[in-house]
Design a protein around this ligand. Structure first.
Ligand SMILES: [Mn+2]
Length: 336
């Protein structure tokens, strides 16, 4: 029934907008590009709007630079959102995840569809919600959606961005991989996806300064707390300048402490303009979603979450250890 409604909404729309979240990652960009190409095959024109620019390594998914970046083109993006008749929101659970675009989207009279894989999606503003949290990525959810829509036929130009989203959100098939994920991967490869090429484009295109920054952080800026089974990395403004940091360079850093024996919780703190950005990961049942909601003004998945802090950067480590102390004690009590 939901698929029928989805297809009705698409068929009756003339101006479609595809949206994803601030600081879009591989899953966000994979989702919006796959959706745009899917719609084009249905004869529908659409515009992708993202709040800010995606990391450079994802540019190959947008070779003609058609994505509209709100921060670079506010008026045009606002006008398109105001006049469109269908908004497809992908890979985020709360409209607050699109920052300044939130009020514009809320006020838009268009129909709205959400496709997302994060817990507790905001349903109010949407006419139709596809939400599945037991899945590798939003791209996987889209894959199953497109599959039932097109009876299993998967054109290569749609398969490619879907593969990128699944590959990046699982940290290259390491986390959140289910039987369905391998089924999807297998079907996409049958559809013609060149997995070596995508592997190289996504994980083999880093520049030297990013690699040196990683070395510096691991050597000098990573703290390991064996008593909490935790590790964290501090990425200061000073280090960002020293290693010519650009958005996306720290992708994956937060997972590194988890590869140390006995470490199950990991955090990355990035000093930014007036805010400290927080990434949290866990490799057991410890919920970083709960922790992010309670202490870091954020949320996300049980094992992968994010948030923000508005305290001086040099106080972040102490704050993290205090909150960890509380959360670990509660977690250990739950286990008994
Ligand atoms: Mn995602």
């Amino acid at each position: 029934m939901q698929i029928d409604r989805f297809s009705e909404l698409i068929l009756s729309a003339n101006e479609l907008v595809i949206l994803s979240h601030t600081n879009p990652d591989g899953d966000a960009i994979g989702s919006v590009v796959a959706m745009k190409r899917f719609l084009t095959l249905q004869g529908k024109q659409s515009t992708i709007i993202i709040p800010n620019k995606h990391p450079e390594y994802l540019s190959f998914l947008d070779p003609d630079g058609e994505m509209l970046v709100y921060k670079e083109n506010r008026k045009r993006a606002e006008n398109i959102i105001r006049s469109c008749d269908l908004i497809l929101a992908l890979d985020f659970n709360q409209l607050s995840r699109i920052d300044e675009l939130e009020p514009i989207v809320r006020e838009s009279l268009s129909h709205k569809v959400l496709v997302d894989h994060h817990p507790s999606p905001e349903k109010g503003p949407f006419d139709l919600v596809f939400s599945e949290t037991e899945i590798s990525s939003n791209c996987e959810l889209l894959y199953w959606l497109f599959n039932s829509y097109r009876n299993g036929e998967m054109p290569l130009e749609v398969a490619e961005p879907l593969y990128v989203g699944m590959m990046t959100d699982t940290n290259n098939f390491a986390n959140s991989v289910l039987a369905s994920t391998f089924k999807m991967a297998s079907n996409l490869i049958e559809a013609g996806v060149d997995k070596e090429r995508l592997q190289h484009l996504v994980f083999g295109g880093f520049n030297e300064s990013r690699m040196r920054l990683m070395g510096h952080l691991l050597s000098e800026k990573m703290t390991i707390l064996p008593e909490f089974e935790a590790g964290f990395i501090m990425l200061s403004k000073e280090d960002q300048e020293r290693f010519s940091f650009s958005e996306g360079d720290s992708e994956g850093f937060v997972n590194i402490p988890l590869s140390i024996k006995g470490i199950n919780i990991s955090a990355l703190f990035t000093e930014s303009e007036g805010v400290v950005r927080v990434s949290l990961r866990s490799s057991n049942d410890f919920s970083v979603n709960k922790m992010a909601r309670r202490f870091f003004n954020g949320g996300g998945h049980e094992r992968a979450s994010g948030g923000k802090l508005f305290i001086p950067f040099d106080q972040v480590a102490d704050y993290f250890m205090e909150s960890l102390n509380i959360c670990i004690e509660e977690y250990r009590n739950e286990q008994i």
